[in-house]
Design a protein around this ligand. Structure first.
Ligand code: ADP
Ligand code: MG
Length: 243
């Protein structure tokens, strides 16, 4: 579909863990070719929302991707709809090469001709080059620095050209130069029409890279708008000062 059209539609999503309301009737949309920032104090429900969108947490309410229901579907089904994510604690296969790590994530489209090996190899090279780490393709993954591993995980997430990329604090643990690089990579993916839903707590980074922002506080959506609009809202300032 065209840029700007709704890709992900989250409607009245709620989730409780025991007595804790992690998400309370949250609704918002992610448009095609947009970076949507998800912010909020610790424990406000950001990861739960990302997990609901990738199929690892069950919720009430509905989540649609391009008009198809994806709520409460298994992760592999949602991945098949074009949703990819990187996990905070899932590592690369250390004894495999960087290239192999990305190749194993490749899924051949139905009816693709030619060898899967050749297609996955070229898709993996393309994804690694897009992340600026093509030169590391033949290194052993276990020998990479933390920052390099993050970029390879990103390459693995985009190797199938997802429509929506879910990122839960992708800059965590990265140093300044690499944070800037990551932000530029996200802008580049957006320019190719990918939509990105990103949890990030560095306000300056969120302000500079996101088209719109959704703010959660204690499971409630308290604001939704452009960075400038959101940062002007008393409720947002209060939630952050109250932390
Ligand atoms: P955030 O990512 O914004 O820090 P989370 O989505 O991780 O917040 O958590 C929201 C709330 O739900 C918190 O109170 C957290 O303790 C609770 N929570 C999240 N996941 C679980 C779980 N698997 N079991 C119990 N409580 C959970
Ligand atoms: Mg979290």
């Amino acid at each position: 579909g065209p840029l700007g059209e709704t890709l992900l539609r989250v409607r009245s999503v709620s989730r409780a863990f025991g007595g804790v309301k992690a998400l309370n009737d949250v609704s918002f949309e992610v448009r095609r070719g947009e970076i949507l920032g998800l912010i909020g104090p610790n424990g406000s429900g950001k990861s739960t929302l990302i997990n609901a969108c990738s199929g690892t947490v069950a919720v009430e309410g509905t989540i649609e991707l391009g008009g198809d229901r994806i709520d409460n579907r298994p992760p592999w089904t949602i991945h098949g709809h074009g949703v990819a994510r990187i996990f905070q604690n899932v590592r690369l296969w250390e004894s495999m090469t960087v290239l192999e790590n990305v190749m194993v994530a490749y899924r051949a489209p139905l009816g693709q001709l030619g060898s899967r090996e050749a297609h996955s190899r070229s898709a993996a090279h393309e994804a690694l080059t897009g992340m600026g780490v093509g030169h590391l393709a033949h290194r052993r993954a276990g020998d990479l620095s933390f920052g390099q591993s993050r970029l390879v995980e990103m390459a693995r997430a985009v190797v199938n050209k997802p429509r929506l990329l879910l990122l839960d604090e992708p800059a965590a643990g990265l140093r300044g130069g690499l944070i800037l690089e990551l932000s530029q990579i996200l802008q580049h993916l957006r320019s190719q029409g990918m939509s990105i839903l990103v949890v990030e707590h560095r306000i300056k980074l969120v302000m500079s890279m996101c088209d719109r922002i959704v703010v959660l506080n204690l499971g409630d959506k308290i604001a939704d708008g452009t960075p400038a609009q959101v940062m002007d809202m008393p409720a947002v300032i209060e939630a952050y000062l109250g932390e």
